[in-house]
Design a binder for this molecule. Sequence first.
Ligand SMILES: Cc1ncc(C[n+]2csc(CCOP(=O)(O)OP(=O)(O)O)c2C)c(N)n1
Ligand code: SF4
Length: 295
Amino acid sequence: MEIYHVLMIYLKKLGVFEMYSDLIRSDRLPHIWCRGCGIGTVLKCLLRAISDRDSDKTVLVSGIGCTGRTGGYVFADSIHTPHGRAIPIATGIKLSNPELDVIVFSGDGDLAAIGGNHLIHAARKNIDVTCICINNGIFAMTGGQMAPTTPSGAITKTTPYGNTAAEFDMVKLVDAAGANYVARWTTYHANDITKSIKKALDKEGFRFIEVLTQCPTVFGVYNLMPEGYEAMKWFRENSVRKEKIKEMEEEKPFLGLEERIIIGEFADRDRHGLVREFRERIQMLRWMEIAKKRG
Ligand SMILES: Cc1ncc(C[n+]2csc(CCOP(=O)(O)OP(=O)(O)O)c2C)c(N)n1
Ligand code: SF4
């Protein structure tokens, strides 16, 4: 461990100020993200959420893309995987070393397009992984092509007259597939994101947190939000907490809730995760073997 990190850990223990520099690989800076990009906000939330956990037991798995670079900046074991394969690699890490906290931090393109099947089956199998999806509605790193999450009507490099397809609702998809925990926030809701990650890390099974995140450079610029703060303002004004929907519908049924971003926790189940299922199955087989030997 570098002397810098030792010093940071010491200062933090003294409670001098709130900081997470000991969790960042300073030798990798400056980062690649553009001015106003929202990925750093979510990374800060993640660092706040894991700051009191054992970093030796935390593994970060990222796919490819602007979001995929995150793993390289965090001072924990991390792996930058092939595009769309973050979840299968996280699954392998967790099953071979169940005491680790395995966190997937990846983009909507990585998780919902090329990696879409892995996502729904991880939820179905309730694999013990926390998955944080940065949904900027676009394939950002490759220049701004339409993704499965691009909002209907949005302008992108490949949909110059507006996206004609409907966007995936990742929360509904993962919830329907059976994940133990499902939540959605935006980068405006930093405290909620942090709390949600903390809660997710204390649960078992598949935990999925979607964060709508601004990409001013290749999404906002074509959709009237060329600056990061404009998207944050839009998130603030257009987000509705799940609990408020009924109330709002009663007050103003014409509001057009489908135009709003519904945020909150959408599933909070206690199904056994895959690790526990395997353990119990192995134990049962052992007992059956013993019983067979005894006749
Ligand atoms: C197998 C494969 N196909 C395509 C690519 C090209 N590629 C790199 S990043 C990327 C898009 C990533 O989008 P997303 O996951 O949304 O991340 P963002 O850049 O938006 O954070 C693509 C298609 C690749 N690297 N590998
Ligand atoms: S291209 Fe978009 S997602 Fe990528 S770093 Fe820039 S603002 Fe962020």
